[in-house]
Design a protein. Sequence first.
Length: 97
Amino acid sequence: MNLKQIFKNINFMVFCVPLSIDDLGLVFLNDNDVFNIIINTKHPKYQNQSILVSELKDILKTKSSARPNKEQACEAKCTAMLAILEAFDDNEPIELD
């Protein structure tokens, strides 16, 4: 399964890039209401263009941010995405392409 199938009604973009941080990833809501999911390709849990459902849930719960004027919208979008992910097994891989 991939993110486009899971979040088909949510406006988001995924970036898989090498980051200089230790975290697997982070998410932020930009000024255009596009949710940006950034995954660290240097992290050992990133494998074959995928991460686990549980890992994405953790990123959404602990690594989300937005500008002060978008904080409520960011929280709402994270909550909606987490609700969708509840239907999936935590150990199921998600393709990020």
